[in-house]
Design a protein around this ligand. Sequence first.
Ligand code: NAD
Length: 328
Amino acid sequence: MLGMLDGMVEHLFTPAQLARLAACGEILDPVPLSSWDDPRTGVLLADAEILVGHWGCPTLTEAVLDRAPDLRLFAYGAGTVKWQVTDAVFARGVTVTSAAAANAVSVAEYAVGAILLANKGVFVVRELQRDPNARVTFDATRIGNRGTRVGIVGASLVGRLVIEMLRSTEICVAVYDPYLSAAEAVQLGVEKVDDLDALCASVRLLSIHAPDIPPTREMIGAAQLAALPDGATVVNTARPALVDQDALVAALTSGRLSAVLDVTEPDPLPADHPLLALPNAFVTPHVAGAMGNELIRLSELAVTEVERFVRGDPPLHPVVAADLDRIA
Ligand SMILES: NC(=O)c1ccc[n+]([C@@H]2O[C@H](COP(=O)([O-])OP(=O)(O)OC[C@H]3O[C@@H](n4cnc5c(N)ncnc54)[C@H](O)[C@@H]3O)[C@@H](O)[C@H]2O)c1
């Protein structure tokens, strides 16, 4: 029996996907439940063996699990599942899956687009066309993607897709990630750099893809920004906490660096924020992840995980307690 949980986003499962779920087991209620205060909660939890969740759905606490004795799978049809699960979920042996890998496709596409355009000088040239005196660094001899060295911070789901997509270009990729083994780096066809400052000093562009966890907070600080060469670009599609934003604003205001930022503090920025007025900051309001016609990738992966679970196949993207302190 399946229970449907939902939060901010309603009706993300298409009729065809709901039919596939119905083929896996009885859907207890096709209208998703978005709060444990909902009067339907008791019946749903009492009978559900599988819960399918989406962005912002309520958290599976110990007290909630006490009311769900048969629960065996929580298939989350969105990215970061940390806020929807608790230790109790893993302690009870409930299988957890997430659709972060599906969300990563959209983020990687945004990042690769930003990398290719930034290396080509597109963002800066556009501003110089509008204002020839714009305070930006532009060196016509350095632009282009041929042989350009790009640094990736975090061989995460997104980071690995970016690496894969860049393989069809002539960009040279170097990666900083303490969890990336030398053998994996060889397999990915990238150079592994163990010193973040050295990576910064050696690249024209730094693209940030690590999760927001205590060791990564402000990992790109004043020293790392200072290490980047003049005219380099910082691309952040990860989380604002990874970058010392004041130091970045100072570097951008000087005109020395450029940035493409999908995530900022606050997120999104108010219209009068100084970052939005800088000619060398291309800022978007947290749109890199799945949106519009991309959302179906998330629900599709959740449905696939349910089908696999019912067939007895291992999950494609299990989330295990041991990884929680190093994943997004
Ligand atoms: N802008 C958006 O709309 C959007 C959407 C989805 C995800 N994100 C963000 O993108 C980033 C990547 O997401 P993901 O799902 O690919 O992450 P993920 O869960 O796959 O990241 C985990 C990996 O990051 C790497 N890592 C861990 N600690 C690190 C460290 N100290 N330094 C360098 N690398 C480290 C390790 O390889 C680890 O396995 C996250 O910050 C996530 O929040 C943004």
